[in-house]
Design a protein around this ligand. Structure first.
Ligand code: RB5
Length: 147
């Protein structure tokens, strides 16, 4: 499985920890930055990861900013993205199983690295269940098509 990861300056330390964790697990990771502590704009990185996921360059994405909110909002503007902010593993698993979310976001100022790893595991290990959930996800994507 290939994961695209991106972050703003508030989440550099957290990103590096998650990046190392993903590599330890044997996953391939495309790192879109930022990789410096200089202040930057989260929409840039949200868009980069979103486009990589939609283009199929990565199977799933992980985005981290201060809260996870701004960067996920930016990613969700790219058609085909279903980015979710999660601060605990249950929602992360259900976001995959029921909502077929393709990007996980969380906040480096909200949760610590160990909880973040549990959330990442829950997201990556869960599978979309399809069935009645597929119809609802299709309905979401129809809204997007209407513009
Ligand atoms: C940056 O100060 C902060 O606004 C950003 O990391 C994020 O929390 C936005 O949603």
């Amino acid at each position: 499985m290939k994961i695209a990861i991106g972050n703003d300056h508030t989440a550099l330390e957290m990103k590096n920890e998650i990046l190392a964790y993903l590599k330890e697990k044997g996953l391939e990771v495309i790192n879109f930055g930022t990789d410096t502590p200089d202040r930057c704009d989260y929409p840039v990185y949200g868009e980069k990861v979103a486009r990589a996921v939609v283009a199929g360059e990565a199977d799933l994405g992980i985005l981290i900013c201060g809260t996870g909110v701004g960067i996920s909002l930016a990613a969700n503007k790219v058609h085909g993205v279903r980015a979710v902010v999660c601060s605990e593993p249950y929602s992360a698993a259900l976001a995959r199983r029921h909502n077929n979310a393709n990007i996980l976001a969380f906040g480096a100022r909200v949760i610590g690295p160990e909880l973040a790893k549990m959330i990442v595991d829950a997201f990556l290990e869960a599978q979309f269940e399809g069935g009645r959930h597929a119809k609802r996800v299709d309905m979401i994507m129809e809204i997007e098509k209407k513009g």
